[in-house]
Design a protein around this ligand. Structure first.
Ligand SMILES: [Cu+2]
Length: 122
């Protein structure tokens, strides 16, 4: 009986250690800072929610996978905002300084509905 309990405990420990190793690997994986980022707009989110870009020229390829018209705006760069019809894809090239930017859909109520992401530029 004791042997069975010991075996169960050992299996449990092995699972825990395995899980921890897996999770810490996920956490320590360094983000890739890209110069081209594929973005998907949907009703109601922007993916990826965390984007990483190299400072300088950054190209965004933005696909609207939703059934509504959405916009794509980085920070307060209103002039460069994209308006994208459902099912369409548009590209935007921005020259970005290092920093953190909000990425939003500026259609009324869409940020509140979840259409907001963060862009890290370094
Ligand atoms: Cu939207």
């Amino acid at each position: 009986m004791n042997k069975i309990i010991t075996a169960i405990v050992l299996v449990g420990l092995a699972l825990l250690i395995g899980c921890n190793a897996f999770m810490s690997k996920e956490k320590t994986e360094a983000p890739q800072y890209l110069s081209e980022i594929q973005v998907k707009l949907a009703d109601w989110n922007i993916q990826p929610a965390e984007m990483y870009a190299k400072a300088g020229e950054v190209k965004f390829v933005v696909a609207n996978d939703g059934i509504r018209r959405h916009s794509f705006q980085v920070g307060d760069l209103v002039e460069q905002k994209l308006l994208i019809n459902a099912g369409a894809t548009q590209e935007l090239v921005l020259n970005l300084a290092p920093g953190d930017y909000k990425v939003t859909c500026e259609m009324q109520g869409h940020v509140d509905a979840g259409m907001i992401a963060t862009l890290h530029v370094a």
